[in-house]
Design a protein around this ligand. Sequence first.
Ligand code: IVH
Length: 673
Amino acid sequence: MPSGTKEAEKKIEALREEIRRHEHLYYVLDQPEISDPEFDKLMQQLQQLEAEHPVLITPDSPTQRVGGKPREGFVKVRHSSPMLSLDNTYNEEELRAWERRVHELSGRKDVDYVCELKLDGMSLSLGYSGGQLERGITRGDGTVGEDVTLNVRTVRSVPLSVAKEKLKKAGIPADFEVRGELLMPIASFKRMNDEREAKGLSVFANPRNATAGTVRQLESKVTAQRRLDYFAYMLLQNGRTYFDRHSKTMDALEAAGFKVNPHRKLVHSMEEVWAFIRQWEAKRETLPYEIDGIVVKVDRTALQDELGFTGKAPRWAIAYKYAARAGITQLEDIRVQVGRTGKLTPVAMLAPVAIGGTTVRNATLHNMDEIERLGVKIGDWVQVERGGDVIPKVAKVIDDKDHPRGTRGFHMPQKCPECGTPVVRTEGEVDYRCVNANCPAKLRETILHFASRGVMNIEGMGDALVNQLTEHGLVKNVADIYGLKKDDLLRLERFADKSAQNIIDEIENSKQLPLERVIFGLGIRMVGERTAQFLAEHFGSMEALEKASVEELQDVGEVGPKIAESIAEFFSIEANQELVKRLRKAGLTMRGEKKERGTKLAGKTFVLTGTLAKYSRDEAKKLIEDAGGKVTGSVSKKTDYVVAGTDAGSKLDKARELGVAVIDEGEMERLAG
Ligand code: IVH
């Protein structure tokens, strides 16, 4: 080893230990000791050192959570022992019947139980060998699951390694398996759906579906952004429960650094179980994730073994499911709400009904397709359901002799209910939209987006200020931001001279930001950060972009017909043209550096599959795009070339089937010049 490397190694290991400790404090214990920027600084130091000494990078380094190449699909893996599900009970009587059976089969009455929350996610097995995380496997059908290791590694509450001493202290062997629940906290779920909606993508129905969708993503980078969480609840060795009591397992997992749900209780009677169930039914709304019931487990492993299994579920554990919080009421009217992207959402106006402790007056009907699926009419009696923190929804129409059907059908309005602009429904899409940038309903959200960090970065212009600015009529569109005076701000609540000046300075500074930020800030539907960048590079000025036709727009890498139409439509509206004019006059950056992408591959569409030897996915994509080509995700008749590496999968078969040219990476390089 070269001199100096030894020292670097020491430094790197010390930094890693420190980062792991802070990860544990933040993601597992929820008790950070340092600020986010301080944590980021440690990470940067480690990245820097590792970049200088790449030989010292180990797979369990905190820098290595995201990585590896995107996959074609997931490999199937057999579980060490079946991953079981649970039988459900819905009332006290059924729960007592379960207890009786436990007493009968075990021949004893003094049974200890552990009560836990029934987390509403998906179960996942983690395999550790020599203390290192080797594999993450989904439940699958219980016998065979899918290897989702690369995605699981991005979950910050999953330790990539557990130090030998720590395992020893916790009494856990070096080779072991942890099972537990992977879930998406409600806040992450909402943020993800908001982002998807803004991009015109379909939204997930609930956090459980979102978790499953996220862990089966092919790109671990995407999983990393979605902030999943993991709670451990089983410890196995060679497929068998390791400790002699479940309560010990939970404590040992916690001691080893796994996230174990703190809301658990070792109890000695059904009375205590019942109290736990009641307690959490009232408190479930306060949790940052969804639960759908309580799990009761027999504490002693020997007794668990004695009780055994029936079919797919153990006899030693039972789920008590909380009733879906629902109520029946009459639907009095359907109104239409307009969101930031202009999406029109039909909302049911209900006769007030109490559900799970709150009075519900309206519920979402999502879109026109949903209204048709439900067959709902105004005047109907409907069943309304409410999930954890999620907006109430109309679940079904009640149709019996006590509940006469309504008669008035609903149609989407032809004009935006807020501003009167004709609404648009793009062919093949579910949603109707208002495309007027100045629509007051869209205003607040549009301004927040414009001012946010990744866009025009106007620090201090958050919820509170934007509320005041719009309420006082000081800001009616994003261009008005640039007409604000210090005096305007001083007249608002909670503004002193200094804070008002800060905001004015921030606004002034934002004018320096590059063209792509301004394009992104306009909030054009389907134009995210990356597309905005491509547009800026291709057209080099706002003016050229404004004038571009749908066809010309599609010359830009990544811009397909749908995005092109959305952009052209945006600039065809007079109010939007006026807006851009004012931004120009205010002095925002309207020109950028035109980056000539090559033309050798202009008009050619590529699909990448398998593992390439010389390039990562992103690098290959860049090579093609820089030469003017386009890379898409799936093979169709329109694909010109499929670039196949090793382990190419179904895309290669599809290419052969359709007669699309299949090339290797050498050929790709040659074509790109
Ligand atoms: S124990 C054999 N504990 O509920 C033991 N499961 O409906 C089975 N779940 O597949 C797992 N919270 O995904 C257990 N505290 C908890 C749980 C839990 C949620 C899930 C798990 C299981 C499903 C069965």
